[in-house]
Design a protein around this ligand. Structure first.
Ligand SMILES: [Zn+2]
Length: 191
């Protein structure tokens, strides 16, 4: 019996939108690779009237999910069914796992589900939690510059720092940016 202690935030979540169920994306025939996760492939039983979605992680035997399209006023949406029968909007994959399941089947908890976020301790933990997450994000950032400017990701990181009150980080980034921008002026050809 597997006994995992994963949180929702630790897992990769699959939504119907991820598998191309959008008008702004071309639905491709045959086997597709999931965007951003080339170890995951998916395909439908029938492209015109799909009833089943197949998903394979890392070349493992595909899982079959009942697929239920939903007509909306604008566009289209869908549900898939976990093998337990739960009609899901999200299916989760635990780190290094190869089976998508609903949150209950994966026994996932939300990060702060046992804390009252409005209590003093709860708020402190929440801040600490976000801080830890930010450090992780920063560590995984391959680069912070692109074409002489901060990347969108790094700017988002700075926004989060600002919200949490890490003004030193934000100030440092600002001064660094100023230095870089001024250097750009110096390297311009002088006529
Ligand atoms: Zn389930």
């Amino acid at each position: 019996m597997e006994n995992n202690k994963y949180l929702v935030e630790d897992c990769f979540a699959l939504t119907p939108r991820d598998v191309g169920w959008r008008y702004d994306r071309i639905r491709k025939l045959g086997i597709n690779q999931l965007e951003g996760r080339n170890d995951i492939t998916y395909w439908f039983d029938d492209m015109d009237a799909p009833t089943c979605l197949f998903v394979s992680v890392g070349g493992h035997d595909p899982q079959e999910f009942k697929w239920e399209p939903v007509e909306l006023t604008f566009g289209e949406s869908a549900y898939f069914y976990c093998k337990c029968g739960y009609k899901a909007r999200k299916l989760f994959l635990v780190p290094n796992g190869f089976e998508f399941k609903c949150r209950i089947c994966q026994k996932l908890k939300y990060r702060l589900s046992s804390m009252n976020p409005n209590s003093v301790a709860g708020r402190a933990i929440h801040t600490f939690d976000r801080m830890t997450k930010l450090i992780e994000v920063r560590e995984n950032m391959a680069r912070i510059f692109y074409k002489g400017k901060y990347t969108k990701r790094f700017n988002r990181f700075l926004e989060h720092c600002k919200v949490l009150g890490f003004n030193d980080v934000v100030d440092d980034a600002q001064s660094l940016n100023e230095v870089i921008q001024s250097q750009k002026i110096f390297t311009k050809p002088v006529h």
